[in-house]
Design a protein around this ligand. Structure first.
Ligand SMILES: [Zn+2]
Length: 330
């Protein structure tokens, strides 16, 4: 009898140990930065991801793996992932919709892995990845249905959600996308960043194609969603963040906080009540790790100048055909 009860005790201790280990295991976030594209200080996926990765170091219960310069060559990069964040060029060349990668992401989603996409990475062709993106992150940018003007978006209030914790009202210029192709009835989607674009914004020009689109103009006065989050039926989470064109925006504390909060939430790591506070981004840091794009070394104007107008980064709006002609990805 004594031996049997000792064995039971031992089994109990082992089970408890396993349960504790499972509970305590770090959540793994895989960040993938796309290949260089666009003129300097725009679409700086590598520098942007390095900056975010640096700030997520030491978060209790979170392990972050960073992959630079495009989709990891070895699919093992995604082993054990609890969440995947993609900040890269999308559209028809989106690495995520290449058949083997689409399958890989589908397999991850089936086991509840989160997927977050920023800026161009939210765009996929409707008939190639559209259905999957609606399922995984709630929606996607659809060419000629969505639009991509550059404007100062004013975010005055936020819904009650872990991603908005500690985020103060802010206004910032970016190439904000809106009128996404969302799931029917916005099922399980929470709009996170919402603003009413001015009539001028709707009238265009958009970055590409310049527009304006009649259906965008006809919706004057309507609120539009620049960032959203979804809780999938499979237990996984997803989000789309449409900003991220201008690298200097990472220096804005609230802009950065809403993205860092979303990365914690995506990986199911508790977001602090006051949101994730991270180190300020200095001008020096903004000029670190930039992709080699030729031409003179980029510089920043004074911080005041930048906060006022983001004048250092007035967009060089080039049609995609011209970017293609120049041999630049777009
Ligand atoms: Zn852009």
């Amino acid at each position: 009898m004594k031996r049997a009860s000792n064995l039971r005790l031992l089994a109990g201790v082992i089970l408890l140990g396993l349960a504790w280990t499972g509970w305590a295991a770090d959540r793994k976030l895989v960040i993938v930065a796309g290949k260089p594209s666009h003129p300097p200080l725009m679409h700086e996926f590598n520098a942007g991801c390095i900056l975010l990765h640096k700030r997520l170091q030491g978060v209790p219960g979170l392990e972050v793996r960073l992959h630079l310069n495009g989709w990891p060559a070895d699919a093992k990069a995604f082993d054990g992932a609890d969440a995947v964040f993609l900040y890269m060029d999308g559209g028809g060349g989106h690495p995520a919709i290449q058949p083997e990668n689409l399958k890989l992401l589908g397999d991850l989603a089936k086991r509840g892995v989160g997927l977050g996409c920023a800026h161009f990475a939210v765009e996929v062709p409707a008939d190639r990845g559209g259905a999957e993106f609606k399922e995984w992150i709630g929606g996607h940018y659809e060419h000629l249905y969505s639009c991509n003007p550059i404007f100062d978006a004013e975010f005055k209030s936020f819904p009650e959600h872990p991603i908005t914790r500690g985020v103060r009202a802010f206004t910032i210029k970016d190439e904000w996308y809106f009128n996404m192709r969302f799931r029917p009835d916005m099922a399980r989607i929470t709009p996170i960043l919402v603003t009413v674009p001015s009539d001028d914004v709707r009238d265009g020009p958009y970055v590409y194609p310049q527009g304006p689109y009649p259906h965008i103009v006809a919706a004057k006065g309507r609120e539009e969603i620049m960032m959203w989050a979804v809780e999938r039926a499979d237990g996984g989470r997803g989000f789309g963040f449409t900003g991220g064109h201008f690298h200097v925006n990472w220096a804005h504390d609230d802009f950065r906080k809403v993205v860092l909060n979303s990365l914690l939430w995506l990986a199911k790591v508790e977001v602090p009540d006051h949101g994730f506070d991270s180190a300020k981004v200095t001008d020096e840091e903004l000029l670190e790790n930039l992709d080699p794009k030729g031409g003179p070394k980029p510089t920043l104007r004074s911080a005041a100048d930048r906060d006022d107008t983001h004048a250092c980064c007035e967009p060089l709006v080039l049609p995609r055909e011209m970017l293609a002609w120049l041999g630049m990805p777009y």
